[in-house]
Ligand binder design. Structure first.
Ligand code: ZN
Length: 164
C-alpha cells in the first residue's frame, strides 16, 4: 500500500472530469480504496475522492461522525442521492485539491445516499450536518465540481475550522 499523490489545481483536467461508474469491484478497486484511505489519513482529511488521486472512477471515502466515538471511514462506490432536504445550511469547507483556500458553501442539511460497499452490497444512509456536507462535497468531486464553484464567500485560512 502507498500514500498517493493528491492532485491539485482548479483547472486540472482529471479533477474537472465527470468520473465513470465502477463496473466491477475487483482487486484493483479494492487496492485503490485502501490507498485512498491511507492517503486521507496521512493528510487528516475528512474525505477523498478517486479523482483527487488521479483516477476518474465514481469512488470516494467519507469519514463520518468525525471526532466522536462513532467515527467511521466509509468507502462509497457509484453513489447517488435518493433525497436532498430543501432545508440548506451554510458551512465552512476546504479541499485537499485546492490548498490554502477556505470558504462558506450552502448545502442540503440532510441527504439520503445510496451506494455500493466494497463487498458489492447496496447500502443506504441518512446523513445530516457535517456528514451530509462531506458526502455532498465528495459527490461533487466525482462530477468534476469543486467547492470553489459554489463558495458564497471566502474566509481567511487562520479563521478556518472544520475544513474537509
Ligand atoms: Zn475536496
Amino acid at each position: 500500500m502507498a500514500v498517493l499523490k493528491i492532485i491539485t489545481g482548479v483547472d486540472n483536467k482529471v479533477l474537472r472530469a465527470c468520473s465513470a461508474p465502477v463496473k466491477k469491484i475487483d482487486r484493483k478497486v479494492k487496492r485503490l480504496v485502501a490507498e485512498m484511505i491511507e492517503t486521507m489519513q496521512a493528510v487528516e482529511g475528512l474525505g477523498i475522492a478517486a479523482s483527487q488521486v488521479g483516477v476518474n472512477l465514481r469512488v470516494f471515502i467519507a469519514r463520518l461522525n468525525f471526532d466522536t466515538a462513532n467515527e467511521i471511514i466509509v468507502p462509497m462506490i457509484n453513489s447517488e442521492f435518493l433525497k436532498e432536504s430543501e432545508q440548506t445550511e451554510e458551512g465552512e469547507e476546504g479541499c485537499l485539491s485546492v490548498p490554502r483556500v477556505f470558504g462558506v458553501v450552502r448545502r442540503a442539511k440532510k441527504v439520503t445516499i445510496k451506494y455500493t460497499d466494497l463487498r458489492g452490497q447496496p447500502q443506504t444512509l441518512n446523513l445530516s450536518d457535517l456528514n451530509a456536507r462531506i458526502v455532498q462535497h465528495e459527490t461533487d468531486h466525482v462530477d468534476g465540481i469543486l467547492f470553489v464553484d459554489k463558495m458564497v464567500r471566502e474566509i481567511e485560512e487562520k479563521d478556518a475550522r472544520n475544513a474537509i
